[in-house]
Structures are given as C-alpha cells and as structure tokens.
Design a protein around this ligand. Structure first.
Ligand code: C2O
Length: 544
C-alpha cells in the first residue's frame, strides 16, 4: 500500500454554461474537480487550500474513516469549517472497499460545484471479480443553476420555501447538446468495437434522483457504493444523490453514436422539478454517422422501475470484503422520515404551506447543527451543552402513514429543532426501519449514513408491517450501501455493525432536506482495545 498525496486549491472560477457566464467555487480550476485514484489499502493525503469566499469542508462520501472521524468532513459534525484563506489536510486510509466513491463539499450548497470522483482499484495482486475491462471511464451526473447556488439556498431558507429548480443537469460538468450552447462541449466517450468498458456512474446532483440509460446498449451492474454486487443485467439504472453504480458495457452494436442520457425520477406528487435531459455521447471509433440515437428514459414518475432496480440488487458474497450480516440486533430503531413545518416568524412572510416554513424531521426531531464547535470535538473534549443523546428509538406516535394527507395534525407537522444524537456501544448491531411519513409531499428520501456501509434487508410501499417484512428479510446476500432511496410513501430496513468509534452523520442526501432537519448522528463509543479506541485528533483540525 502506498501514500497518495495531492492538493485541492478551492477558488472562484468563471465558467460558461447555457450561454452565460457564472462564477462558481471550483477545485483546481475544473468542474467536476479532480478524479482521485487509489488502490485499496492506500492512504490518501489531501491538502485543502481554501481560497474561496466561503467557509467549507470536504467529505469523502462512503469512505469508512476507521479511526479518523475528523477526516470525514461534514461541517459542525466532525470539524469546524475551513475558513477562507485557511488550510486543512485530510489524511485517511482506504481499506476494505473497492469501486467508486466520490468527494464533495459538505457546507451549504457548495457541493453543487465542488465535487469529484474517488476511484478505488484492487490492491496489487488482486483482481476485479468480473471480466477485465478494456478501459474505464467516469460519468458524474450533476445539477446546474444559472445563479449563485449559495444565494439560491439562502433565499429559500430565508422564506422557508422550496428552492428554485435547477436550470440543467450535467454529465461531467456539461449539460449536453439537448440544452442550448456550447453544445460542442458535450462529453464524449470513444469506444473500440467489441471491447468491454467499466463505467463508473455517480449521482452528484443536489436534489435529484436520476434514471440513466445508453441507447441500444444494456449494462451489467457489478458494484454499487464501492461494494461488489452479483451481476445484474439491465437497460436502465437509477441513482439517488450520493449513490454510485459500476456497470460493464460492451460496444457490440453497429458502429455509430449513441446518447447516454439521464433525467430525474420525480417521486413527489405536485412538486415542480426541472424536466430537462442531460446527455453525453458514446461514439464508436472511426464511425461516420453524426446524429446520435437517443434512449427512451422511463417516465419521471416511474416508481415501479425504481423499485425493481433497487430491490433486484444483491451482494457478491465471494468478494474479499464481504462480511456476513450480523444475525442478532442490539439496537432496534424505527425512524419516521418526512417533511413538516416550522413556525413563521412574527413579522415574516413565509413560503411553505399554511403560511409556515417548510421543515423536515426524523422521529419528529428537526436536526440542527451546532455552530461554535463540531459534535465530534464536543464528544472528544467532553464539552457539555452542545448536544443531547436522547434521539428516540421510536416515533412519538404511530399511525397510518399512507393515509394522512387530509388530516394534518400540527403536533406531528410542527417539529421541534433539536441536536439530539443516538449513542451506541462499540460493535453493537443497529437495525433501522425507515418509514416515510408522507405528511407533506410523498417523496423518496435518499438516506445516507457516514462511516459505514449498511445492509438493505427489505423495502416496500405503505406502512411497515413487521410480521410480513421480517419473514422476507434478505440476511444472506443483501446489497451493501452507504445511501438508499427509501421508497416513496414506503419503508426500508437497514442493518449495520457500529464498529467505528466517532460521530457519524445520517441524513437525507437531498440537499434541500438537510438544512430543514432531516438528519441525526450516531455517537459510537470507543471499544476497549487499541483498534477500537480513537487516537488524538490532528493538531491542525480547524477551529470555529
Ligand atoms: Cu455525501 Cu453527508 O454526505
């Protein structure tokens, strides 16, 4: 294993998209930012120089960060932000996972333009558990605003309303030629006929889940969230924000050019969204045809396709990284997730329904981050008054979540703002049933857990029913993920082993829901051995 060292210079950059100039925060002058390539077992050292006008942090989405929680990155969870003009060095190890992950800013909406791929290849002497690809490439799906994204976010937060929709979606930073200029920048992947390619597809968008297809080409899924899967042949893949999917494709069609295209899966009824389609072009070497064939993407509300794709994924148990599912559970949690309301200030006009502000919650707690210190430092230094550890294992009330939209109960809708965490013992097994509440807007919420992969034991629509569900738990080869779209108006059951001391954020990866409070964090205690006890945090950890 080696040490891979690099630098991120974060600065404002003027770019041209959709026929206009826009100033964005960017890493090393590019959008997306640099792709990082390591081998499993390597140590990554990234020196971040913040020369942007914003406070920011960088998160390594999906990296376990075993015994390095201060390198995880979510602001005010594991560190204070790096202030403009300051630097911080992230140093962590990449052991126990192979595949595609990514990195992104974890401060306000800066991640709209501060993101890039993190590719973990097998260590020397090890191979992929599938046919050796001829080449590989990365497809990063993003979202674009003809505006300063921080202003878009702040103006939504100021009125408590939903933020403006994006103006385009992007593949590797470019909207593609179904959007207006400059269309010659559409991303192109040239392929050699007959060869097989590994495509690493990442959803880096803030607020959209996507369908992704390649005209006339099937894909074989071989990994998700840097965990190998059993091969799954499909013509469409679905990715929530934060998720990654590795697929093999073979250039076995007649030489020509074919669009790779993505558009949103919009599960929420009545919520407006940008219905554009972003494209890139798969072009066969030396082919002369110039008009690419466009794939037919599923309809925006095609929940059945989303569910079929997600529930057909299983783990490859012969993977060297596979750990059997813990068969007993120490912490049983039932967590409701959904939108709600927060009171509008006395002299304010608010944009949410009933003239209130929109908010979101888990078990009726709207999570608020601290400001003067991070949760992790408060835990390490025993600073009291920063958080509580009384996050409830059960929601305050259980009722028919599928049938509430016409009986608004303000006690359920008006959720208190709290910084309450769930404390668990080292190595305990945590099981969570996520239940979508559908109190306001029935949506699919991509739930992300920092610091761990979890097993997805079961998922379904409507109310969770323990009798029916437990009988159908997949305890043999469930997919392993760090982010899961909890089905619209439905539920999902996940399980993980808390074998990593630290403070680990768990939140909805729709960036609009996070500041509204759809999150909490796990405080995992030290175990009794050196391998389960945190060393001292680095001396240069930014202070607030
Ligand atoms: Cu990819 Cu907390 O985030």
């Amino acid at each position: 294993a080696s040490i891979v060292e690099t630098s991120f210079l974060v600065k404002n950059l003027t770019v041209n998209r959709l026929c206009q100039e826009q100033v964005i925060a960017a890493v090393n002058g590019s959008l997306p930012g640099p792709t990082l390539r390591v081998n499993e077992g390597d140590t990554l050292v990234v020196h971040v120089f913040n020369r942007s006008p914003y406070n920011l942090t960088i998160h390594w989405h999906g990296v376990f960060q075993r015994l390095t929680p201060w390198a995880d990155g979510p602001e005010f969870v594991t560190q204070c932000p790096i202030m403009p003009g300051n630097n911080y060095t992230y140093r962590f190890n990449l052991t126990g996972q192979v595949g595609t992950l990514w990195w992104h800013a974890h401060s306000q909406w800066i991640r709209a333009t501060v993101y890039g791929a993190l590719i973990i290849r097998p260590r020397e002497g090890q191979k992929y558990p599938f046919v050796k690809p001829y080449r590989e490439d990365t497809i990063m799906l993003g979202e674009w605003w003809n505006a300063d994204v921080i202003e878009v976010e702040n103006s939504a937060l100021a009125t408590g309303s939903a933020p403006n929709n994006s103006d385009a979606y992007t593949i590797n930073g470019w909207p593609g030629d179904l959007f207006s200029c400059p269309s010659n920048k559409t991303y192109r992947l040239e392929v050699v006929p007959g060869r097989t390619y590994l495509l690493r597809i990442i959803n880096a968008a803030l607020n959209n889940q996507f369908f992704f297809k390649i005209a006339n080409h099937n894909m074989t899924v071989v990994g998700v969230d840097a965990a190998y899967t059993n091969p799954l042949l499909t013509d469409v893949i679905v990715l929530g924000p934060g998720q990654t999917t590795d697929v093999l494709i073979t250039a076995d069609q007649s030489p020509g050019s074919y669009y790779m295209a993505a558009h949103p899966y919009a599960s929420a009824a009545g919520v407006s969204f940008n219905n554009g389609t972003t494209t890139a072009i798969l072009v066969y070497e030396n082919s002369t045809s110039s008009t690419p064939i466009l794939p037919i993407l599923p309809p925006f509300n095609d929940t059945a396709t989303v569910f079929r794709f997600s529930s057909n994924l299983t783990s490859l148990v012969t993977s060297p990284f596979w750990q059997p599912v813990p068969q007993t559970v120490d912490e049983n949690m039932f967590i409701t997730i959904g939108l709600g309301l927060a009171a509008c200030g006395a002299n304010q006009t608010c944009g949410g329904i009933f003239g209130q502000r929109l908010s979101a919650s888990m078990n009726n707690h709207s999570f608020v981050l601290p400001t003067g210190i991070s949760l992790l430092e408060a835990a390490l230094r025993n600073v009291s008054g920063v958080y509580t550890t009384d996050f409830p294992d059960q929601p305050p009330l259980q009722f028919d979540y599928t049938n509430v939209s016409n009986s608004f109960d303000l006690n359920l809708l008006m959720t208190p703002k709290l910084t309450s965490l769930k404390s668990v013992k080292y190595n305990s097994t945590v099981q969570i049933v996520f239940q979508n509440t559908a109190l306001i807007g029935i949506e699919d919420h991509p739930m992300h857990l920092h610091g761990f992969n979890f097993y997805v034991l079961a998922q379904g629509f409507g109310n969770y029913n323990p009798q029916n569900a437990t009988a159908n738990f997949n305890l043999i080869n469930p997919q392993e993920r760090n982010t899961l779209g909890v089905p619209v108006g439905g539920w999902a059951v996940i399980r993980f082993r808390a074998n990593n001391p630290g403070v680990w954020f768990m939140h909805c990866h729709l960036d609009v829901h996070m500041p509204w409070g759809l999150g909490t964090a796990f405080l995992v205690e030290n175990g009794g051995t050196p391998e389960s006890t945190l060393p001292q945090p680095p001396a240069d950890l930014p202070q607030c």
